[in-house]
Design a protein around this ligand. Structure first.
Ligand code: ADP
Ligand code: MG
Length: 315
């Protein structure tokens, strides 16, 4: 049966992002709980139809590492996408709630994201394009799944003007204008893993170290006001290049990503080796998801008996 707004009862607001918002809803005829993403689009009717066709790909994704889709429909001037509701939310929310994520969990996140990326690319020839903690979801069964992948080129083009396609997880080559590749997603994964393991975004604003001293670099607890601003604004509303006070700090960040050595996961042995391979600045040298799955840390993930379900029940 076709999905329509009349059948969906709104239960709670789950969050706001770049192009829209996400609600927890009940599909009343079936009693199914879903997450409904509402995207305000700026496009002609023909383009809207094209977007809906492209979203069909999402509907055909069947993988334990990809959030499943119930379908999408137009509700002028929005597009609504109904997907599997993940009751533990996204990993940015998880670490903001529980603090730095245990390394065993970070390892399983890495493994799940790589498996998800492999599935999208091998089966559907899709590059995700927006890997970040808020697009990695968790549920109380202990499942880790990706959402919000770039199924629709037209949708990406049509998300209203506020979205400029800039992300703080962007790879150095993307910042410099190169085409997207699956290796850009690998970079974003590396940054996301450090963020989860440390409980904070790994880049620090350079002007903070100008007017303060550098001694707090290792102090994961202390956040400067500017970092928090970055964090809050880039996570909740997306990066707006004309957003007044943001302009300098986002350019500063982009400069750091391109010019400074990549951040590292300070966790000796296989986790460090793995994240270093994700964050090689030259995309030619950086590893592919397939290569990364052969790393020692991912082999441990494959054999892991860590109980994600039990961990999920702790918060
Ligand atoms: P962003 O990913 O940039 O935060 P989104 O609009 O994509 O913005 O999502 C907003 C929030 O909604 C996310 O941060 C996430 O916590 C929540 N969310 C998205 N999809 C789901 C889902 N399927 N189940 C549960 N929560 C979700
Ligand atoms: Mg998202």
């Amino acid at each position: 049966a076709d999905l329509k707004n009349a059948d969906l009862k709104s239960l709670a607001e789950l969050g706001q992002g770049n192009g829209g918002s996400v609600e927890k809803v009940e599909h009343v005829p079936s009693g199914t709980i879903m997450a409904k993403k509402i995207v305000l689009i700026d496009a002609k009717p023909s383009v809207r139809k094209q977007i809906l066709r492209e979203l069909q790909i999402m509907h055909s994704c069947r993988s334990p590492f990809i959030v499943s889709s119930y379908g999408a429909f137009l509700a002028e001037p929005n597009i609504c996408i109904c997907m599997e509701f993940m009751d533990k939310g996204s990993f940015d929310g998880v670490y903001k709630k529980v603090g730095a994520i245990p390394i065993d969990v970070v390892r399983q996140v890495a493994f799940s994201v790589l498996e998800g990326l492999m599935y999208l690319y091998d089966v559907h020839r899709i590059i995700h394009r927006d890997i970040k903690p808020s697009n990695i979801l968790f549920n109380s069964l202990g499942e880790i799944k990706l959402c919000d992948f770039g199924v629709s080129g037209e949708l990406i083009n049509s998300i209203a003007h506020t979205f400029v396609g800039t992300s703080i997880y962007m790879s150095p080559e993307r910042i410099q204008g190169a085409e997207y590749s699956v290796k850009s997603d690998v970079w974003s994964l590396g940054i996301s893993l450090i963020e989860l393991a440390q409980g904070r975004f790994p880049f620090a604003s350079t002007s903070d170290s100008d007017d303060e001293n550098d001694s707090d670099l290792e102090d994961t607890g202390a956040k400067t006001e500017r970092q928090q601003t970055w964090h809050a604004r880039t996570h909740s509303t997306g990066v707006s290049l004309d957003g007044g006070g943001m302009t300098m700090s986002i350019i500063e960040l982009m400069h750091q990503i391109v010019k400074e050595p990549a951040p590292r996961l300070r966790f000796a042995g296989s986790p460090e080796e793995f994240v270093d391979a994700c964050l090689l600045k030259d995309p030619e040298e950086r590893k592919t998801p397939k290569e990364l799955l052969k790393y020692a840390w991912m082999q441990q993930a494959l054999r892991s008996t860590f109980d994600l379900k039990a961990w999920a029940s702790t918060f």
